[in-house]
Structure formats: C-alpha cells, structure tokens
Design a protein around this ligand. Structure first.
Ligand code: F6R
Length: 598
C-alpha cells in the first residue's frame, strides 16, 4: 500500500527514483511522483501524475539533482488525481508517506491550515505539521520529532527540507523502511526489491528513530538524540531474478518458479527425512490449540494447514481472518500457539492481531516470505518461505510455499507428540518430495489448461465445488480467478450448493469441480451431476484415475498431497483467462500487493 523511495548521492536522483518506483509499483499504482532538490535553482522540484510510473516518467523528464524522494500510491484519503499524488509540499517541507494518519482532521483544525492545503490527503497535513515546527536553519530533527509526537497512525515518511540540499530525513511507525548504501550514495525504500541492486546488505530502519541520510550514509538517533545501533541483514535474494525475463507477466514467471520454490522448502527444512526447523521443539509440543491468523491467500494456506494438522495431530486449529481476530473475543492464552502467515510480512491486520495474541500470552510463529519484515520481527519464531520476490499482485509461489511449510509443521507436531512414528513421518515426507515434480508436470501441460480456460472467457459468474481438502483449495482458486479476471466466482463445499446457491446455476454459469480426495470422489460425482442437470458446463480437474470425464488430470499423488498441484492448475486457469481477456494480469484494478492499512 504505497511505496516510498529516496536517494542522495553523487548520481542523478530522478533516474534512480523512477527505476525504484517501477519496482515498487506493485504496492500501489493509482499515481506516482518524485521530488528532487535542484542545487542550481536551490529548490525542490516536484513531478507527479495520476496513473502508472510510465506516465510520471514523461513529466519527470529533465528534472535534475542528486537528492530526492519518490512515491507510488494506493489511494486511501482523497480520490485518484494529480493533486492528491505524492510528494506533498507545505511551506519548506516536502514529503512522501506510506500509511494512514488517523488524526489528520484534528491536526488540520488545530493548525488552521485547511484553506492552504491543496489536496484531500492525510499526508499533506503531516507536511504542514512539520513545517509548523520548522524554521529555515533550525534543526529538522526537532521539528520531525515534535510533529511525530502529535501524530496517531502508521507512517513511513521520506522528507526533504527546502534549505537542506543534500539530505533526506526518514522516520517510521509500523510501515516499513529499508536502507542501504554504496559508493554512489545512500538509499531508502519501502522494500528491498527497489534498492537491492545497490548493495548486498541492508537494514530495517528501527521504529520511531530519525534517519538523517546523506551521500556518506546514515545517522540514526532516537527521540532523545541517542545514537541507535543498526543491524545489517545480508540480502540473499537474487535481485536480478526479480525481472520479468521473457514472460509476458510476472504471474506466469512466478507460477513456473513453484517447483523450485517448493523444493527449496524441502531442502531447507527437511533433514534426514524429518522436518527440521531452527526452533525449539517446545513450541510445537507445549500448546493445546492453534490459531492461524492471516488474510486472503495466506489465510487460504492456513485453511489447508488446519486440515492437515487436525487430521494428522488431532489438535484443534482455528483459522481467523486477521482483520476480525481482535474483535471476535478470541479464546487465547499461554496454551495457544498462534501461527501468522504472510507473504509480505507487513499486512497490518495480521501484525496487529499477532501483537494482541502475544499480549494474551500466546506463543507465536510467523510463516513469512520477506526477511526482517515487521511480522517476522514481531513473532517469537519465524519460518521463512524463501520463495524470492513475488511481484505479481496475485500470490502464487508464496501460497504454495506456505502450504508446503504447513505439511512440515503437521509432520513435526505429529512426530514430537508421538502420533506418527519416525517411519510414518518419513513416508509422509517422501510423498511431499514428489510434489515439486508433480507441479512441474502441471506446468509442462499448461497448454491443456489454456484450452480449457477459453470456455470461461465470456462468463460473468462461475462456481467452484469440492469436498474435504479440495474445498479450501477452491477458495484460493476462486480468489485467483476473481482478482485477475474480474469474473465473479464462488467456491462451495459441494454438499452445500443445494442449500440455496444452486438456484443461480444456469447454462451460463460454468462450474469448476475439483476431485483429489478418493474417499469423497463418488459423492463429488453426484454433485457434479446435480449441476449438470441444471445445464451447467462443468470443468473437472481431478487426480488421474479418480473419476470419469476428467478435463485436466492431475498426477497421481496420495490424496492430501495433490492440493498443491491442483491449485497450480487453477492459478494457470485464472492466469490464461485474465491474459486472454487482455487485462493487466500483474496489476489488477483497485488492488495493491502489500496491505499496510486496516
Ligand atoms: C491474493 C493476495 C492477497 C494476500 C493478502 C495477504 O492473491 O495476494 O490476498 O494474500 O493480502 O498478504 P500477505 O500474505 O502479504 O500478508
């Protein structure tokens, strides 16, 4: 949700800012802008535009200077317009912001600046507040600190002052800022994909610390003026691999990366055919129940985890939508293990729910992709999914690696609690080891899926039906289809359809049926016939040999293990529908990759 970037150094700033904004665009693509200090004119020059970074690029042509900040926006306060685009300038202060300022209305009234503000954003008020405490020549940190003490909300701010040509100031609360430097200067960004090419190491700016950034690096201090120590993290993602290569869309590239990503989970977390995390066994032994907290696709991974853990370990697992968790009077105590799942590690609802659970004594584990992200740092324990940068807004490889981790967690708990013998666990793990090549098989046959997808192109509604573990897999498949193809889709437990929704089935509603659970196959076939007899066209995706009339046959893995290949097949289905409709697969309307607002 909004990306910010900053550079100060010996090179041209606007080129670096625009390049970085292109990498950050997946965080929001309503508008983009840069502000660069021009030393010849002695002023901050701003270029901003609604729409994509490509539109900004034309406007920013010719802006020169060595110090600047940039922003890509997912609109929260104020419509999508040039005026509401960041950066915002008030008086001597220009800034970019990621987050939400909750009390901006009261600050606006208190400052009496309503008539002087140009935009409807919460952000411009922060510029006005800092400016209120700033006089040319005075200490900018004091002005920032005074302002921050009055602000309620989440923020990552990059700030320029009119009389300080070669410095950027940055401060954050919750919303992330990462920093790195090289011989050419110093860089800040909302995430490392935007600046990772400049250095092999970076650090996360500590919360509520002021960073004074010059071409020589960073001076970081707390609100009392004490120096704050920073911890560098090694960048182990190959940033070059984050390009699109020859694929038309990141989503297709990321789908094809899944066999390797799942294999990496097995390589990283299986030793001697047993699950092995760098986490004290007590975490997996000493609890009575599990609560999985996550949003969207990550929550769907949690639903698969629930099924696996409950089936294998007979331990109750509750899966909570993060935004509802705190308000649902959750039953949480020191015998609860909370597992937070998040690709970005920055989803604010998941983060806040995690803090709430911790404050009630729960043990915590985060399953996260992005290193040193807020959720990874907040949880007591973390398992990284190491899927590499996921750029397409629709999550694919992050999901399948999260699910792969849940297989290992289920096996670990079952082994530690003596539910499965060592040999049983090894058998389980050996079946999991077949998943990467099964996914490869699905991807190799993607043209078969492409052909099937053509029957969805003109659909307005689709339903997806499945039983047992297939049902949560379809919730994910349905979300994928909705978000990138704009076709309304709903997943149903097959037996539930006839309790109302079957009234919507006509010859114009394609139904996608999934069958990977042998014991449930015949019941599922009856459900398929029910919708066919109402005229529905059914696409059946099923394990090879499990049923008649299969339109796409999944490789033959044991029941519980075909879920990942099945979801990959349906990721491809959604992908082809979106691409063939001519849509922007990677950047669906109204969405952003990282959701840092509640
Ligand atoms: C959908 C999708 C979202 C995210 C959700 C949580 O394709 O990606 O539903 O799963 O916004 O994001 P993270 O995993 O970053 O917490």
């Amino acid at each position: 949700m909004c990306g910010i970037i900053g550079y100060t150094g010996s090179l041209d700033a606007s080129g670096k800012l625009i390049k970085g904004l292109k990498s950050l665009e997946y965080r929001g693509y309503d508008s983009a802008g840069i502000a660069v200090y021009n030393s010849e004119l002695n002023e901050v020059i701003i270029a901003k535009s609604k729409g994509r970074v490509a539109q900004l690029e034309a406007k920013a042509n010719g802006i020169s200077g060595n110090t600047g900040i940039g922003h890509t926006r997912w609109a929260t306060h104020g419509n999508v317009s040039d005026t509401n685009s960041h950066p915002h300038k008030f008086g001597n202060v220009t800034l970019v912001h990621n987050g939400i300022i909750e009390n901006y209305e009261s600050i606006k009234n208190q400052l009496g600046v309503a008539g002087r503000l140009k935009s409807q954003t919460d952000t411009e008020v922060v510029a006005a507040l800092i400016d209120n405490y700033y006089q040319i020549g005075s200490d900018p940190s004091n002005a920032i600190i005074k302002a921050i003490k009055e602000i309620k909300g989440t923020f990552a701010l990059g700030i320029l002052f009119d009389d300080i040509p070669n410095k950027i100031y940055a401060v954050r609360n919750v919303s992330p800022i990462v920093c790195c430097k090289n011989d050419d200067g110093a860089y800040i960004a909302s995430d490392i994909t935007a600046i990772g090419e400049y250095s092999k190491e970076y650090f996360v700016l500590p919360e509520l610390a002021i960073a004074e950034i010059s071409r020589d690096g960073f001076n970081i201090y707390d609100f009392n003026g004490n120096q704050v120590d920073i911890e560098y993290i090694e960048l182990d993602w190959d940033i070059n691999s984050s390009g699109k290569k020859d694929f038309p869309f990141y989503m297709e590239k990321e789908i094809t990366e899944q066999p390797a990503a799942i294999q990496r989970i097995i390589n990283d977390y299986v030793k001697n055919d047993l699950p092995c995390f760098d986490i004290n066994d007590k975490l997996f032994r000493d609890f009575d129940s599990i609560t999985v907290i996550a949003c969207g696709t990550a929550m769907h991974a949690g639903l698969i985890g629930k099924h696996l853990i409950e089936k294998l370990c007979r331990i109750p697992v509750n899966v909570c939508v993060a935004s509802e968790y705190m308000y649902s009077m959750p039953i949480v105590n020191d015998r609860t293990l909370v597992i937070c799942v998040s690709q970005s590690g920055e989803t604010i609802d998941t983060l806040e729910a995690l803090k709430y659970a911790q404050s009630n004594g729960a043990g915590s584990l985060a399953i996260v992709n992005v290193k040193a992200s807020s959720i990874a740092m907040q949880a007591d324990n973390v398992i990284y999914t190491n899927a590499g940068p996921e750029i397409a807004v629709a999550s694919t490889k992050a999901y399948t690696t999260q699910v792969a981790v849940f297989y290992l967690i289920a096996a670990k708990i079952a082994y530690l609690r003596g539910i499965l013998s060592k040999d049983d666990v090894k058998d389980f793990i050996n079946e999991l080891k077949k998943v990467p090549s099964a996914v490869e098989n699905v991807i190799d046959r993607r043209e078969e899926i492409h052909r099937l997808s053509s029957s969805l192109l003109t659909a307005e509604h689709t339903f997806m039906i499945g039983r047992g573990l297939d049902y949560p897999a379809l919730l994910e498949a349905s979300l994928k289809l909705k978000e990138i193809s704009y076709i309304h889709s709903e997943a149903f437990a097959s037996g539930e359809l006839k309790h109302g929704t079957i009234a919507l089935i006509t010859s114009k509603t394609p139904v996608i049926a999934l069958i990977t659970q042998k014991a449930l196959a015949s019941k599922q076939q009856s459900n398929i016939r029910e919708v066919q007899s109402r005229g529905a066209m059914v696409i059946t995706i099923a394990t090879h040999g499990i049923s008649d009339n299969i339109d796409f046959a999944l490789p033959t893995l044991k029941d519980d293990f075909n879920i990942i290949p099945a979801v990959v097949a349906m990721q491809l289905l959604a992908y082809y529908v979106s691409a063939d409709k001519g849509l922007d697969v990677d950047k669906p309307r109204n969405l952003a990759k990282v959701v840092t607002v509640e």
